[in-house]
Design a binder for this molecule. Structure first.
Ligand SMILES: O=C(O)CCC(=O)C(=O)O
Ligand SMILES: [Fe+2]
Length: 321
């Protein structure tokens, strides 16, 4: 059995989306091919009512993330404020969602997954004027889709993903309902998700300008919210790799990928790119590797994707597909 149910898989590239369906409920299960998974034969179920991973697996490192603390941190940020910023500006960010110890733990667990061979060359598709998708490798970028079997090696990555998926959609839906005049909602779903743990190597690796979900319903891609946590606790000014986002009124913001930063934006509307990562550093300098964990949350209301009445609908003109 493959890790996530097939419909939850998405291509490792971020500019396209190959999964036509979203499955329910979210079930993480062991990869049969993995020797670790063969030993554990464990399934992780994210029930809506459950707040914890149901697991009898002993991780190889002790997890340190606590879902209750994460809940408290989200409340401290005031979800009403997050919802307001998403609706008014298209994005929300805070630099210190995880503390340095937590950020370091997630980074070390990412490195352990990489040492296990879980990362692959990252690639994307660009859509030509003829509508045909062209695949290309992203030089110096490698990625992994974490799943339940990775709990043994990377328990905190799984705990974070699990917490985010259970907590963020209902919490933000409630707040947005309050804000929308007709009581409508963007209807974020906690029944499915896509995830990518990516490393961008120093020496100038980039992500080209793109929107995560450019094709939308044409390819049954209903990803609505992108949530990224950055895992670079030793980030220094000059390390590059800023996420550049393009907003309304020609506003451009560069967000350094400092460890612990949480960033959210609309997957189907907000153009962004990654600026060169440590352009003057040696590509083999692992200290300068730029790690980021992205979770994409879909919507249960297809009409929310590329809505022509959205105030952000013009931003797509920034990106030439
Ligand atoms: O790593 C980042 O800052 C953004 C990555 C990204 O744009 C993507 O994966 O689609
Ligand atoms: Fe992206």
């Amino acid at each position: 059995m493959r890790s996530l149910p097939p419909p939850l898989r998405h291509c490792l590239g971020s500019l396209s989306f190959r999964s036509p369906k979203i499955a329910q409920p979210v079930v993480w299960s062991s990869r049969q091919a993995s020797p670790v998974a063969m030993r554990t034969r464990q399934r992780f179920v994210l029930g809506q009512s459950s707040r914890k991973l149901s697991s009898t697996v002993t991780p190889s490192v002790d997890p340190i993330l606590d879902m209750t603390f994460l809940d408290e941190r989200l409340e401290d940020l005031q979800p009403s404020n997050i919802a307001k910023q998403l609706m008014e500006e298209g994005y929300f960010t805070t630099e210190k969602f995880l503390d340095p110890i937590e950020t370091t733990a997630l980074r070390m667990q990412s490195i352990a997954l990489r040492q296990e061979g879980r990362f692959e060359q990252s690639w994307s598709e660009s859509i030509g004027s003829d509508g045909v998708a062209q695949r290309f490798d992203k030089e110096g970028v490698f990625a992994c889709e974490p799943d339940g079997a990775d709990y043994v090696t990377a328990p905190d990555i799984l705990i974070y993903m699990s917490w985010l998926l259970q907590t963020l959609p209902p919490r933000l839906n409630n707040e947005m309902q309050e804000l929308l005049p007709d009581g409508g909602s963007v209807d974020l779903s906690n029944q499915a998700f896509n995830a990518k743990l990516a490393v961008t190597q120093p020496g100038g690796s980039t992500y080209p300008l793109h929107i995560d979900n450019p094709q939308g319903l044409a390819v049954n891609d209903i990803r609505k919210l992108t949530a990224i946590i950055y895992l670079n606790p030793n980030y220094q000014a000059g390390d590059g790799g800023e996420l550049r986002i393009y907003l309304q009124d020609n506003v451009i913001r560069d967000l350094p990928p400092v460890g612990g930063r949480l960033l959210m934006f609309w997957s189907d509307e907000i153009p962004h790119e990654v600026l060169p990562t440590s352009p003057n550093a040696d590509p083999q300098d692992e200290e300068k590797d730029r790690y980021a964990l992205t979770v994409w949350i879909p919507t249960d209301s297809a009409t929310q994707i590329h809505s022509p009445t959205s105030k952000f609908s013009d931003l797509k003109d920034v990106v030439a597909f």
